[in-house]
Structures are given as C-alpha cells and as structure tokens.
Design a protein around this ligand. Structure first.
Ligand code: ADP
Length: 627
C-alpha cells in the first residue's frame, strides 16, 4: 500500500536544519541564476541595469538642482547658468533613454520563468526511475518546493526580483553616500556635531530594527510553512471532492453540503490565524520604520541646517544633503532587505537545485543499473523469473517471495489470485519498473539488468488497472504520439471493440478526449478501457499484458475482448490478470498467486482437478453464483 507523504513537524529544530550560512545561500542563489540563464532567460542583466538606472534618476536631478541653486545664489553669469541647465537636461534624458532601452516586460518574463522552472522539475521526474518516484522523501521535497512557491514565493523564480532589489539598494546607498558624504565628516573648528551624531544613531537603529523584524517575519513564515501545507492539502481535497463527478454525486445523496461548509470554514479560520500574526507584525513594523525615517529627515535638517547657518554648507548643498540623507536610510534598509532575502531564498533555491540534480550526478534519481546489451527488435523471446523475491522500498513485507516462472512468446498466461497476492507487482517487475530484491529475471538467458532498460521496455504493451489517458485527440492517445498512422489507429480501435463509437465522433480520430478542450468529449470507464487496449495494440510489442483491463466492461464486452485478444495476440506472449476466472480458463497456463507466492501452475482442467487447491476454491466460489 502506498504511504501518504507526511510533512515534517515544523519545530525549531526543523527550521534550524533548513538554515544555511549566508555565503552558502549566496552560492545557491548564484547557481540558480546559472539555471535561469540556461533556460534561455537572458534578461536578468537588463533587469538589473534597468533598476540601477531607474533608481539613479532622482539623484541626477538632485545633484543638478543643488548645483544650479548654488550658482544662482553665487550670482553666476547667464552663460554658466544656461550650461548647467543644459547639462542637467542632457544627463536626465540620457539616463531616462538608457532606462527605457533596458526596460523589459517583467511580468510576462516572470510567469514564463515560473513555468520553465516547473517544467524542469517535471522533466526530472519523467526521467527518474519509477521506483524513485515512490520514495517518500522525493514526494516530500517536491511538495515542499511547491508549497514554498505557492504560499511565500520562495525559490529560484524569486531570484531575479531579489537581484533587482539588491541592485536598487546598492544604487541608492552608493548614490546617497556619494552626494551626502561631507555631512558625515568632522569640520575643522566645529564643536561636537550633535545633529550628525544623532542622525547616524537613528540610521543605525532603523537598520537594526529592519534586520530584526525581517528575521522575525522569516522565522514566522518558516514556522507556518508546514502548518499551512496541511491546511492547503485539506482545502484542495475538499475543492476536488466537490468538483469531481463521484464527490458531486455523494454530496447530493448524503447531504454533505453542510459538513463541507463547516470543514472549509475551519480551514479558512486556521489559515487566517496563521497569516494574521505575520500581517500584524508587518504593518506594525512599517509604522515604526516610517516614524524612524521621519526622525532621520528631521535630524538631517538639523545637522545640515546648523552647518549651513555657520556658513559651512551652501544653499544648494542643504537641498542635496538633506535629500541624499533621506534616501540613505531607505537605501541601507533595501540593501539589508535584499541580503536577508538572499539568505532566506538560499535554502529554498538549494532545495530546488538538489531536486533537479543541478551540480550533482547527472543520473539523479537513476540508480538502476542500465546495461548496454541491445535488445533485438524481433525474434523468439523467453523470460524467466529465477528465485525472485521483492519488497517495496521502505516496506518490511515481502510482496513477492521466491518466484520461479517462465513466459514465452506465442503462449497465453493468466495470473489469478486474491487482492494483494502480488499479481500487479509481478507485472511491474516484468517491465523492469522495479528490480528484484532477491533473485533475477532473465531474457533469453541473460539478466535483464544487462540490457538497455528503454529497449527492454519496448517489448511490453501493458494496460494497468490505473492506466491514464491524455486530454488530447483520440488518435494521439491510441498512438501515444502526435504523429501517427491513422489507418492503423482506426484498426486498433476496431480490434478493441470501440471502432463504431470512434467513427461516430464528430472529429473522429482528431476528437479531443475529456472536456479540458472546449470541443472535448467525456468518456465512460468502459470506453476509456477500450481506448487503453487499443493503445496497447498500436504499440505492437511482443508481450501484451492486461492487468484487470475489463473491470469496467460488461460481461458481453469482456467476453468479446478476450476472444478477439486471443486472435490478435496469437503470435505474441499474452498475460491476463482478471478476477473473472471464466475469462482466463482458455489460457495455456494459469498461475495462481497467494500471499506473494506462486502456489499453483497449469491449465484450467489440471488446476480444477486439484480439488483442495487455491484455484479450485476460487473457481467454486465464483461458480456458485451462476448456478
Ligand atoms: P494484486 O495485484 O495481486 O492485488 P499487488 O501486487 O498490488 O497485489 O500487491 C502485493 C502486495 O504489495 C500487497 O500487500 C500490497 O499492499 C503491497 N504493495 C503494492 N504496492 C505497493 C507500494 N507501492 N508500496 C508498498 N507496498 C505495496
């Protein structure tokens, strides 16, 4: 049985574990930039330069205003004044034009980046060994990345934004210091500059306050991350339940509306509670920070004003210094904010990078030994299980125990047994979705691990119980490809007993399935099964496996499919798993599974003659309902 993915408890220890030193965070953020660049997303430099220019504009204006004021108050001649005004206009326009040239549509680029990074995760998952996908830690890492993104916008997608605010913070701080530095220097003959000292003191206090609130907010976010995830999962389940066909029917028949409404309200209240403390702190800290900025402005006026009165600073300098000092505390705050965000984003970027295997072994999530032996596309095939035992990863129980069986091309096999007896597990091992824990599986006398696994899997066309069809046109579903032979696809649909239905569809093979597309059609469980069978036939593999493929079919359709299948798979190896023993009785060999062991093997008559055997018991149990 599959285990649910449990998020770790979000105690302090867990958060400490996620914390990494600043330089490691910075490294992860920069490595994320590398990944983003590789995704053909080359606008980061333009973004950063653009933010630098946007931020610089007010400082250019401030500098020239101060100079013009100075020369005017000094009674400069007309030509000098005009030259300064022209220089001001030229520089302002210059910066403006450069800013426009580097401007990009950040919102569209941001969304594209988000999808590209997610697609990379899907690609990694699709390349991974099947077995890896079942590991709880993989599911957990994936879930954590997704919820950090959805809830708090953590992860590489935020890196361009963080770099932009870093560029902004650096520009503001640099430009403000460049314009206001004389304020901070002692002046010869001046007594203790209390105004300046107080101003510096307030700037330092305001920066320290910013650091401490951002730290608290980060901690609160991290603490609520796992708690929010549980609520989000509950809410997604309820939303899906109310929407899905099955849920919608049950809601009406069992009058579950009130129960769902109450559940949703509880979830909403918990989410609100978790967000409220953060929102309160954010708004309180914004207020306090605003008051501190105002205090810095007042003190800047005081510090600069005293020196201006003493004739140390000119009129223009007063405008320049006060304006620059006001910007300075904002610049430092932004710088601190972006550096803190680098520290916060670092662990989440690292989690993403680890997930996609960036900088690690390129065979991330691929631990199966993959041989180089080619698999011949045609020929006679014989597959033997030799003493095969299997335990699912992380499970103590044996799902299969000491299995010895031989499958040959041209023979038809049936696997029967009670639920949980190991039939599906057998098929998964046969297709090399897992490797045996003990024993070996041979193809024509050679261990299947010596073959290239992709080539080996081409030998099988399987219809699993939980098969999936795409919300794509019918023909593409049958061929599992966008390019396909229409005639062959139609023929396979006919063979699967659904040709007439397909011919009646308005767009025939081009008809999209499911209502994801506007012109899509909804299909019943039985129709879906027949389409899945047609897909297996289209693959034309030497072995065909049907794992309870007819559960949603009526007995007549099932009998029809089985008799056709015998003809269609005449030259192939065919394996059926079915609970209806009457469907399997015509197979050459029936293998009876019980508790993960192969307990009986033979044809129908042979097995029935063993009266105390498992098969005879199962047969009798079913037959009594038909007497
Ligand atoms: P059958 O197809 O005969 O119903 P399965 O092969 O599905 O049986 O299951 C055999 C045993 O393996 C059962 O005990 C089942 O609970 C266990 N099992 C199946 N899938 C998993 C899994 N993904 N992880 C852990 N145990 C599993």
């Amino acid at each position: 049985m599959k285990r649910a993915v449990q998020p770790p408890k979000s105690g302090k220890k867990e958060i400490e574990k996620r914390k990494i030193p600043f330089f490691k965070s910075l490294k992860s953020v920069l490595r994320s930039v590398k990944v983003i660049f590789r995704m053909d997303w080359r606008n980061i430099p333009a973004f950063v330069i653009n933010q630098f220019l946007v931020t610089l504009q007010p400082f250019v204006a401030l500098f020239f205003s101060a100079r013009i004021l100075d020369i005017l108050s000094a009674g400069a001649d007309r030509q000098t004044v005009v030259s300064w005004i022209l220089a001001a206009v030229f520089c302002n326009y210059g910066v403006y034009l450069l800013e426009r040239l580097t401007a990009c549509n950040t919102s569209v680029e941001g969304i594209t980046l988000y999808w590209q990074l997610y697609q990379e995760m899907s690609r990694v998952m699709m390349r991974a060994d099947y077995e890896e996908l079942e590991k709880p830690e993989i599911g957990l890492a994936k879930e954590r990345i997704e919820r950090s993104t959805r809830m708090f916008w953590y992860g590489p997608w935020e890196v361009p934004g963080v770099l932009m605010s870093l560029a902004k913070g650096l520009t503001i701080t640099g430009a403000a210091l460049g314009l206001a530095w004389p304020v901070f220097l002692p002046v010869k003959g001046e007594s203790i500059p209390w105004g300046t000292i107080l101003m510096v003191f307030f700037i330092v206090i305001s920066v320290c306050y910013s650091i401490s609130t951002e730290n608290r907010l980060y901690r609160m976010k991290e603490e609520s991350l796992d708690k929010m995830a549980v609520q989000l999962r509950r809410s997604n389940f309820l939303y899906g339940y109310a929407r899905e066909d099955q849920g919608a029917k049950d809601i009406r028949l069992y009058r579950q509306q009130e129960m769902i409404r109450k559940q949703s309200k509880t979830i909403f209240n918990k989410m609100e509670e978790l967000s409220r403390a953060r929102a309160d702190l954010r708004s309180r800290s914004n207020g306090i920070r605003g008051a501190m900025s105002q205090a810095v402005v007042c003190l800047a006026y005081l510090a600069v004003g005293i020196r201006a009165l003493a004739g140390i600073f000119s009129v223009g300098s007063v405008v320049q210094y006060v304006g620059a000092v006001t910007q300075l505390s904002e610049g430092i705050r932004m710088l601190v904010y972006s550096l803190q965000h680098i520290r916060m984003q670092g662990p989440h970027c690292q989690e993403y990078l680890d997930f996609i295997g960036e900088g690690n072994d390129p065979k991330q999530y691929r631990h199966h030994q993959d041989g180089t032996q080619p698999v011949k596309p045609t020929g006679d095939w014989e597959i033997s299980f030799e003493g095969v035992s299997f335990r699912y990863p992380g499970s103590e129980e044996w799902a299969l125990r000491d299995l010895n069986i031989r499958l040959q091309k041209g023979c038809h096999y049936a696997l029967v047994g009670m639920n949980g007896s190991g039939k599906t597990t057998f098929v998964k091992l046969l297709c090399r979705l897992y490797d045996p824990t003990e024993g070996r599986i041979l193809l024509n006398g050679r261990d299947i691990r010596e073959y290239n696994s992709e080539e080996y899997r081409r030998l099988f066309a399987v219809v699993f119980q939980d098969f999936q069809l795409f919300a794509l046109p019918l023909g593409e579903n049958v061929a599992a490809s966008m390019q396909y032979d229409e005639e062959r696809a139609q023929e396979c649909l006919e063979k699967a007993g659904i040709g007439a239905w397909a011919a009646k569809l308005p767009k025939r093979l081009r008809q999209p399935l499911y209502t994801v597309e506007d012109d899509g059609v909804n299909i019943s469980g039985g129709e879906a099964q027949k389409i899945a069978i047609a897909r297996a036939l289209y693959k034309d593999a030497p072995f065909v496996v049907l794992d309870e493929p007819t559960a949603a079919l009526d007995p007549i359709a099932e009998a029809d499919i089985y008799s056709r299948f015998r003809e269609m798979t005449d030259q192939k190896g065919a394996l059926y798993i079915s609970h209806r023993l009457s469907s399997c009785r015509f197979c050459d060999t029936i293998a009876v599974f019980h508790d993960g062991r192969l307990v009986q093997e033979g044809n129908h008559e042979e097995l029935l003659s063993q009266e105390k055997g498992q098969y005879a018991q199962l047969w009798q149990a079913q037959a009594q309902w038909y007497q």
